[in-house]
Design a protein around this ligand. Structure first.
Ligand code: HPA
Length: 235
């Protein structure tokens, strides 16, 4: 079977049509071992661990994408174009830009603004608005409301820069109503849009640019479980 440079799968059909994409490959391993029945590892190239297993009788995959737009750009492209993945759900952490969005709150990226040049490859005569799949977004919102989990839904920023030379530049995005910052969703949404497949990004707030608070890793786990439940139920 055809393989890609960054994902080495040795059996046809080993990657499910729906995949959860955390940034951290060890988080992918943890998710597979904790939430999936009979997880089978399909990839270990560059330690970007990927697994497929069963959740509530449905086949679901989970794979680490690494950090940043180039990295998720590569993995999501190969998953979509070579391995036939149709639903790509990023689960990650973000920094909050808004005073009323606190640590551990959930943000769902309806759209993803970016300072990245990723969209230039399409040669569009204007700017592109990277947007979540309505189908996945609607499901996520329905599941969250059934479970009684509050979620913030709106525009997020996918930034190429974690350590910005201008520490106040985020305030310009905040003034435009952007909810928070992460580093991958815009590329995921663009790859999915270009290929006609579905993508969504669900985030847990791990730090606040407003208050400078940060989470501890155990505290993150609980909030993370809620986000996971939403993502797995979509699948
Ligand atoms: N910036 C960018 N990405 C992030 C952040 C942040 O503050 N927190 C979690 N992911």
């Amino acid at each position: 079977m055809e393989k890609t440079p960054h994902i080495e799968v040795n059996r046809e059909g080993l990657i499910a049509e729906t995949i959860l994409l955390p940034g951290d490959p060890l988080r992918a391993k943890f998710i597979a071992e904790t939430f999936l029945e009979n997880p089978v590892r399909f990839n270990a190239v560059r330690n970007a661990f990927g697994y497929t297993g069963i959740y509530k009788s449905k086949k679901v995959s989970v794979m680490g994408t690494g950090m940043g737009i180039p990295s998720i750009g590569i993995y999501s492209y190969e998953l979509i174009h070579t391995y036939g993945v149709k639903n790509l759900i990023r689960i990650g952490s973000c920094g909050s830009f808004q005073a009323d969005i606190n640590l551990y709150d959930i943000i769902i990226g309806m759209s993803a603004s970016t300072n990245s040049n990723f969209a230039s490859q399409y040669g569009l005569p204007g700017t592109f608005a990277p947007t979540a799949s309505w189908k996945l977004l609607k499901k996520a919102v329905d599941i969250a409301s059934e479970k009684g989990y509050p979620v913030n839904i709106g525009n997020i920023l996918s930034s190429d820069i974690f350590y910005d030379d201008n520490p106040d530049v985020w305030k310009k995005w905040a003034k435009m109503g952007v909810l928070g910052v992460e580093m991958e969703a815009a590329a995921l949404y663009m790859n999915a849009a270009r290929a006609g497949v579905n993508a969504l990004c669900i985030l847990t707030v791990s730090d606040s640019l407003v208050t400078h608070e940060v989470t501890t890793s155990e505290e993150r786990q609980t909030a993370f479980t809620k986000m996971m439940e939403i993502a797995l139920e979509i699948a």
